[in-house]
Design a binder for this molecule. Structure first.
Ligand SMILES: [Zn+2]
Length: 293
């Protein structure tokens, strides 16, 4: 279970908006793909890049983005899936040691970050963000210094969510850790302001950090969870595009707020909310401005 369990084959630029020195360079590599599966990895990387560049707000920022595919062959197919999280106990030999069940949560799929970061720097010295596609259909992903996603149904959606963490410093907007009805230690968020731009402990319209996007007619907070021992499962009382302060966010039922009822950082399949969209734009805009240099 080391880099002895695979080989780096090479790098291909699969989305080209200009020289690496002036663009935001995303690197995608794969774990748990055997030599015979490299064609599949190329297809998966292509599918991811096409989805990314067609998804708002990336669709209007695509001239800022390059995507590089780094082919890495693993000895075995798949990812480790520990039995202690209810997995199959599979333990394939893969280059980046991808494994589910990080911190005891099966959905948390992680890799050896150091190996990934070293590879990115070697292959694309001007890399800005690196994501690893893991050749398993078990649901999972993570977004630390490296973004990771599996090939479960909706794989590209998982990837977009994890990129939100890794590249844009966005927090999870959902209100559970292991699951609604499972967690017993997620009733109330600690009273400190999270650094991430899309979650807050402050629902006061005078001081809330995304208050510029909140209309005067929108109540603050917009929703309050009536039972802090549970996830709030009621439907939204306001139209979907409303920016306010919705209680239940950042792994806690109460005491933390998210900007819109739904967002890709809360549940897959929803667009990024206005606050997340603005953060992505702010990060990528400078690479557009450099275009005419
Ligand atoms: Zn959001």
């Amino acid at each position: 279970m080391t880099t002895a369990d695979g080989t780096v084959l090479g790098t291909t630029k699969i989305a080209d908006s200009g020289p690496a020195a002036r663009r935001w360079n995303l690197v995608i590599t794969g774990d748990g793909y055997t030599g015979a599966q490299m064609g599949r990895f190329a297809d998966d990387a292509r599918s991811f890049a096409d989805t990314l560049l067609a998804t708002p707000p990336f669709d209007s920022l695509r001239d800022a983005v390059n995507v590089y595919r780094v082919d890495v062959r693993s000895t075995d197919s798949g990812a480790a899936d520990p039995a202690e999280c209810g997995g199959s106990a599979a333990a394939p030999r893969t280059y980046f040691d991808a494994s589910f069940c990080t911190n005891g949560a099966r959905r948390l799929l992680a890799v050896d970050d150091t190996t990934v970061l070293t590879l990115a720097g070697d292959q694309v010295p001007q890399w800005n963000m690196v994501i690893v596609a893991v050749n398993s259909t078990v649901y999972g992903g993570s977004g630390g210094s490296v973004a990771v996603y599996s090939l479960a149904p909706g794989a590209n959606e998982i990837a977009l969510h994890e990129i939100g963490h890794t590249a844009f410093r966005l927090a999870d907007e959902y209100d559970y850790y292991r699951g609604c009805g499972v967690d017993t230690d997620r009733d109330r968020h600690p009273f400190f302001e999270p650094a991430q731009p899309n979650v807050t402990v402050d629902a006061d319209r005078a001081t809330n950090k995304w208050r510029d996007l909140v209309l005067p007619a929108t109540p603050m907070p917009t929703t309050s969870n009536p039972d802090c021992s549970q996830c709030d499962t009621r439907p939204s009382p306001v139209p979907a595009a409303t920016v306010g302060a919705f209680e239940g966010a950042h792994y806690h039922h109460c005491g933390a707020y998210r900007p819109q009822f739904d967002c890709r950082m809360r549940a897959l399949g929803h667009p990024f909310c206005a606050v997340c969209t603005e953060q992505i734009r702010r990060t990528l805009q400078p690479y557009l401005a450099a275009r005419e240099d």
